[in-house]
Design a protein around this ligand. Structure first.
Ligand SMILES: CC(C)(COP(=O)(O)OP(=O)(O)OC[C@H]1O[C@@H](n2cnc3c(N)ncnc32)[C@H](O)[C@@H]1OP(=O)(O)O)[C@@H](O)C(=O)NCCC(=O)NCCS
Length: 170
């Protein structure tokens, strides 16, 4: 049942059994939330990254991956790469704009702070620029990356983590 106003999402660590659901969220988010900034060919190439589920699962397991759930179903996920980089952040379009991305990003900022990072950076897709800007991330440089034979632009953005994200150590 899809509630009118969504219950507050919960966060939990990623488990290997989540891979198919997260691959589906990844593909749906790309297909439905990035079309203003990327061509269909670019979206297809990007979404193809999840086609090899074993490789996609390995990528998720190799980073600190968190899942947002609503009524125990995954609705979004995010990963921290090393101490100070956001690896992935994807929210299912059916719950977009309801704070799930912000909740996941908040958690990564706290974890990065707890790991001693002073800054957190992300290679932000063009459609996510305003999301990160709103959260205090500042653009550093434009990049072009090839994904399955297509060139995609993104922007490296960085946020200085304050005392609030320092894990209460200061
Ligand atoms: C970017 C993304 C994760 C945002 O998730 P979300 O759950 O919709 O975001 P939230 O609802 O938490 O939004 C938080 C704030 O950012 C704003 N925001 C979110 N997406 C936005 C967008 N595309 N453009 C402008 N503002 C946006 C919201 O309005 C909200 O503002 P508010 O705090 O004033 O209400 C989601 O749109 C997504 O999965 N996009 C496709 C995949 C992608 O590009 N991921 C990023 C890779 S770096």
């Amino acid at each position: 049942m899809m509630a009118q106003s969504m219950p507050r999402p919960a966060l939990r660590p990623f488990l290997p059994a989540d891979v198919p659901m997260l691959a589906a969220i990844f593909v749906a988010a790309i297909q439905e939330l990035t079309g203003d900034d990327y061509s269909e060919a670019q979206q297809e190439a990007w979404a193809e990254v999840a086609e090899d589920e074993a490789a996609f699962g390995k990528k998720l397991a190799g980073e600190l991956t968190l899942i947002a759930t609503v009524q125990n179903s995954p609705v979004g996920f995010a990963s921290l790469r090393g101490n100070d980089q956001i690896g992935m952040l994807y929210v299912h379009p059916s719950v977009a704009g309801q704070g799930v991305g912000a909740m996941l990003c908040d958690a990564l900022e706290k974890l990065a702070g707890a790991r001693g990072a002073k800054n957190l950076s992300v290679d932000a897709s063009d459609n996510a620029l305003d999301f990160f800007k709103k959260r205090g991330y500042v653009a550093q440089q434009r990049n072009s990356v090839t994904v399955n034979g297509e060139w995609l632009a993104n922007t490296t953005m960085q946020k200085t983590l304050g005392d609030g994200e320092a894990g209460g150590q200061q």
